[in-house]
Design a protein around this ligand. Structure first.
Ligand SMILES: NC(=O)c1ccc[n+]([C@@H]2O[C@H](COP(=O)([O-])OP(=O)(O)OC[C@H]3O[C@@H](n4cnc5c(N)ncnc54)[C@H](OP(=O)(O)O)[C@@H]3O)[C@@H](O)[C@H]2O)c1
Length: 247
């Protein structure tokens, strides 16, 4: 489906659902081998039965250095890593002055993603591509999600400078910032059903097609930035948001 992935090795975290799962699906359909990590296997089992050994799942938590160490060790055995997507993420509703909410979300969304690259650094191929996951909310505001937005925006700032620092080592780094995408992360906010649909209704009004994105639409943008077709693109933040931030 996408060119340049045949027999290459990709590592994806947060692979058990949503955007991570859709990215693993696209990678496998494009001929890549995938080493996937998440705390649960979730919906990966259906991909496992379709693709067999080209998909390997490891149970792990990106906040645990032992788990990241095991991921790196397995990647070493499987061969150089051509593509890395540190996608694992959480979102938590919190008062904007609750600093501990930033620390909890930074541990996964920021430190978790950066530590994944750090530990995989020596496993990367001579020419490798990394896509971090930001958020459309870095462009706007969303009451209740200040700490979430801050964790993702700090990651973006970090990733853009890393893109310069690591370019000479053959590592090309970019960011995809998804807009409102129909995944489990929205229900994980813990809002009662009626409040969640009221939020979704307000969000829908700002989306040009009038509906949330499908995870596959985000996965396609990730695949593009990972691929050789994006070889001239460094340190960019590709916002894929059904037009939410335009108005
Ligand atoms: N959906 C949206 O509207 C939206 C918008 C902007 C940005 N994003 C970002 O997109 C990324 C993917 O989220 P999603 O929307 O696809 O949500 P999701 O369906 O809830 O997926 C989140 C994934 O992260 C994994 N995960 C969470 N904590 C982890 C940890 N500590 N260690 C390892 N894996 C962990 C989850 O698996 P386990 O629970 O099995 O570990 C799951 O596979 C996240 O970075 C999110 O912030 C989403």
């Amino acid at each position: 489906m996408f060119e340049g992935f045949e027999n290459r090795l990709a590592v994806v975290t947060g692979a058990s659902s949503g955007i991570g799962l859709a990215t693993v699906d696209r990678l496998l359909a494009s001929g890549a081998r995938v080493l996937a990590m998440s705390r649960t296997m979730g919906e990966l089992d259906s991909l496992q039965s379709r693709y067999g050994d080209t998909l390997e799942w490891m149970k792990g938590d990106v906040t645990q250095s032992a788990d990241l160490g095991a991921l790196s060790e397995r990647a070493h055995q499987m061969g150089p890593v051509d593509f890395l997507v540190p996608n694992a993420g959480i979102a938590e509703l919190a008062n904007g002055l609750e600093v501990s909410a930033f620390e909890r979300q930074w541990a996964v969304n920021g430190a978790g993603a950066l530590n994944t690259l750090s530990i995989m650094r020596e496993r990367l191929a001579k020419s490798a591509s990394v896509v971090f996951i930001g958020t459309f909310l870095s462009q706007v505001t969303f009451p209740g999600l200040a700490a979430y937005i801050a964790s993702k925006t700090a990651l973006k700032a970090h990733a853009r400078t890393l893109a310069v620092e690591l370019a000479a080592s053959g590592i090309r780094i970019n960011i995809v910032s998804p807009g409102p995408t129909a995944t489990a992360i929205w229900s994980s906010l813990g809002l009662p059903e009626d409040q969640l649909s009221a939020v979704a209704g307000r969000v829908n009004q700002r989306l040009l097609p009038g509906c949330f994105l499908e995870p596959a639409a985000i996965a396609d943008a990730i695949m593009f930035l990972l691929s050789p077709a994006a070889r001239g693109i460094y340190g960019q933040d590709l916002i894929v948001d059904n037009g939410y931030t335009l108005q």
